[in-house]
Design a protein. Structure first.
Length: 275
């Protein structure tokens, strides 16, 4: 079953908006990740992006870079990430899970081995930041065989020609990086996002999720007013940094924050259904 495509297709067909939440596996501690994932899912996330710790996460801003460093201090590996997904799946078979990270650990494990293990664990998709679709031919067949859907990235400088290629290669959704900078950047131009959404929707009917620069319920609401969904990462990871020493408090803070995002995102769902 292509859980990622199915879930997002259902949301879009019902004129709803999707909420995608990101955290780094093993942050603040490996034993905390699965329970935090459950809190995020219960609070209303449709998709969880589980970051795979990596020593050089070049697309990430300082908050998420520090989260990778904290996880690596616990020696969290790609294999550990898949074990966490498998543990999560014991109690949640509905929330879509996307592994987000970089190609190097996958190459070390081997494409076929990675795809098989990820599929068995319950991973539904991947966002491999430094793997452009034109270099992903070796992935396509083994991913399809294991019901894993690759998601590729669009940016503010993406041409229409390249956007068509990226959308054609993506499955589930396509990820629009709304800023020319790393994660955690503060400036978000919603009018510019709206213009880009018009262009991309003329090219493909694949749902477009917008990430980078979405830091609270206000910005999530603004972005989902012009897109199919919002991706929120840095603001969630910052809570790990602030409350990582107290798991109970951290879970409450994460739950409250994601619940607030859900309410904001759903305001557009209600508005569009009644229009």
């Amino acid at each position: 079953m292509l859980r990622l495509s199915t879930k997002l297709k259902d949301i879009v067909q019902q004129r709803g908006k999707a909420l995608v939440a990101y955290l780094v596996a093993g942050d603040p501690a490996p034993t905390d990740t699965v329970s935090i994932m459950h809190e995020i899912a219960k609070a209303g996330a449709d998709v969880i992006e589980l970051g795979v710790p990596f020593s050089d996460p070049e697309a990430e801003g300082p908050v998420i870079q520090r989260a990778h460093e904290r996880a690596l201090k616990h020696h969290v590996t790609l294999s550990d990430c898949m074990d966490m997904v498998a543990e999560f799946r014991k109690n949640d078979t509905e929330t879509a899970i996307v592994l987000m990270g970089y190609l190097n650990p996958i190459e070390i494990m081997g494409y076929a081995t990675f795809a098989k293990r990820a599929g068995e664990a319950g991973v539904n998709g991947t966002i491999i930041v430094n793997l452009p679709p034109e270099e992903a031919e070796d992935f396509a067949d083994v991913f399809a065989e294991n019901n894993i859907e690759p998601v590729y990235l669009l940016s503010p400088t993406t041409t229409d020609e390249r956007a068509a290629m990226v959308c054609a290669a993506s499955r589930g959704f396509v990820y629009y990086v709304s800023l020319k900078g790393p994660t955690g950047s503060a400036t978000l131009d919603v009018d510019d996002v709206a213009e880009k959404m018009g262009r991309f929707r003329a090219i493909s009917d694949l749902p477009v999720m917008v990430g980078f620069g979405i830091r609270d319920a206000v910005t999530a609401k603004a972005v989902t007013g012009v897109s199919d969904g919002a991706v929120v990462g840095t603001a969630i990871v910052k809570l790990m940094e602030e409350h990582g020493s107290d798991l109970a408090l951290l879970k409450r803070e994460v739950s409250e924050f994601v619940s607030g995002l859900r309410v904001a995102v759903d305001e557009h769902s209600v508005d569009e259904k009644s229009a």
